[in-house]
Design a protein around this ligand. Structure first.
Ligand code: SF4
Ligand code: FE
Length: 484
């Protein structure tokens, strides 16, 4: 069953015994919980589109391990063409969900762990790569969603893991046994964690020898003993409990983050891919982050496409669509959005083959991509709010629109052009609100800032990869200054 249907995916989640706390309560049935369900629908879309013949080329790939057709989210990139298709797939899914569809973190994690474990085994004679390939083979066969878990809570940012007042603020090995290890700690902001079958944990920073206990990478079933989740709140999330479908803006889809806690979790050796080899921690972080910074050149662009469309409709619906400044704002939004896409495509096209055989993106261009993502969606959102007008945040509720008496008043006073029903105008404005201020703003705005590393993390990489010395040499050569 290398390709699950959406229904099979949903059913597979129902079989998991996930321990999820949401607003102080243990959730009995996560799949049908009104706050969680839209995020599950987003991941489900990654399964449904893979079975749609018109998207087959983007959504599926041929496994280099088995030759079988698999979901691209389970694939190791075998060429720069694969890297480009990954970005196109993410744009497509952003367009279809207008939300974070969560499954990319696992794809980015497997691609990073593959090349790093290969290089580690070669240098140190360890056996991590074989173990990883066995896991990957199962992941591809079962079409699992895997949560790539990197971000530790980190406590006092001025201190390394071993100097923290609380030693659990980074995930660590607390016991090594003959049959495996016991880990404790937590991963924060875990995208898609409650919609995943497995978790792939990686360290969050480059580590020194004194932090050997923190240099750990492993996989665990999402419902393993000792793992639990505390669901993250999102702006306006309780609107999903109201039962309507206008005020939520995007009824069907959403994203999801949670704190993932490891309370003395046993991991058998076969599922451990790094344990104490601190010198490889940095490479793992850098490669995973690089892939995820590439990812944003796809997913955020797809969500941006929906937001631009919504802004254009808002202008159509209130009769402002002919105004030259509105047209120009839409042009600016498209320009910014396509610039992000250009970065995602560029870092993919300039990718290179790693020693293990899979393809890595161009790190400098991926970091430039993500750095732009920390800015442009904000400007696109600002322009969308500008075009939408204040009604986006002052409009009465769906219940008022449906009310037997005041409904007529809402209908009358919030109509724009006569040919468009007031309800359509309300729906579009609520969608813009959702993407700029509501639940989807988590993915489109703040995650654009901090997801895959905060802006400073990219600036460090740009400084490292930018080759300033070569640029100085170029200037010297042109200006007639001796090289030495
Ligand atoms: Fe995928 Fe984008 Fe969500 Fe990251 S933020 S998991 S790249 S959709
Ligand atoms: Fe992310």
């Amino acid at each position: 069953m290398t390709l699950m249907t959406g229904k099979q995916y949903e059913d597979s989640l129902r079989k998991l015994k996930l321990k999820i706390y949401l607003q102080g309560e243990l959730v009995e049935n996560p799949v049908d919980h009104p706050i969680i369900r839209p995020s599950m629908n987003s991941v489900k879309m990654t399964y449904e589109l893979a079975l749609d013949p018109q998207y087959e080329d983007l959504m599926t790939a041929t496994s280099h391990l088995t030759g079988k057709k698999i979901n691209r989210f389970c694939h190791l990139h075998q060429s720069t063409e694969d890297l480009v298709k990954k970005v196109k797939m993410q744009r497509l899914l952003g367009q279809k969900t207008a939300a974070c569809f969560q499954r990319c973190v696992g794809m980015d994690a497997i691609n990073a762990v593959d090349s790093v474990t290969f290089e580690m085994d070669k240098k140190l004679g360890t056996d991590y790569h074989n173990r990883f390939v066995k896991f990957l083979t199962r992941m591809q066969e079962e079409d699992w969603t895997v949560d790539g878990a990197m971000t530790d809570p980190k406590g006092d940012r001025s201190l390394p893991p071993n100097k923290q007042a609380d030693p659990d603020l980074f995930v660590r090995v607390v016991e090594k046994r003959q049959d495996g290890i016991v880990v404790r700690g937590a991963k924060a902001h875990q995208t898609g964690s409650v919609n995943s079958h497995w978790i792939l944990v990686m360290p969050t920073i480059a580590l020194g020898p004194e932090d050997a206990d923190y240099a750990v990478s492993f996989v665990a079933p999402a419902d393993a003993d000792g793992i639990f989740y505390i669901y993250g709140r999102q702006s306006c999330d309780t609107r999903k409990l109201e039962g309507g479908d206008i005020d939520v803006g995007n009824k069907q889809f959403g994203g999801q983050e949670a704190l993932m806690v490891f309370d003395n979790v046993f991991i058998p050796w076969e599922n451990v891919f790094l344990c104490g080899e601190t010198e490889f921690s940095g490479a793992l972080v850098e490669r995973f982050a690089g892939y995820h910074r590439q990812s944003y050149g796809g997913c955020k662009v797809g969500v941006g496409d929906v937001l631009i469309g919504a802004a254009a409709l808002a202008a159509d619906y209130n009769g402002a669509n002919k105004a030259s400044h509105v047209k120009d704002k839409l042009i600016e939004m498209m320009h910014l959005n396509e610039t992000l896409y250009a970065c995602g495509i560029a870092c993919s096209a300039e990718g290179y083959k790693t020693a293990s055989g899979n393809y890595q993106i161009d790190l400098l261009l991926a970091n430039v991509c993500k750095q732009n993502v920390t800015r442009f969606p904000y400007e696109i959102a600002r322009l969308a709010e500008d075009i939408a007008g204040g009604l986006m945040v002052t409009m009465p509720s769906e219940k008022d629109l449906r009310h037997p008496v005041i409904g007529k008043v809402v209908e009358k006073y919030f109509r724009g052009v006569p040919s468009v029903p007031t309800e359509h105008r309300m729906r579009i404005l609520r969608l813009i609100e959702n993407m700029t201020l509501g639940t989807a703003a988590v993915g489109y705005r703040t995650e654009s800032m901090h997801g895959a590393g905060s802006p400073q993390a990219q600036r460090i990489m740009i400084a490292r990869q930018g080759n300033l010395e070569q640029k100085k040499a170029l200037a010297k050569a042109i200006a007639g200054i001796p090289a030495k």
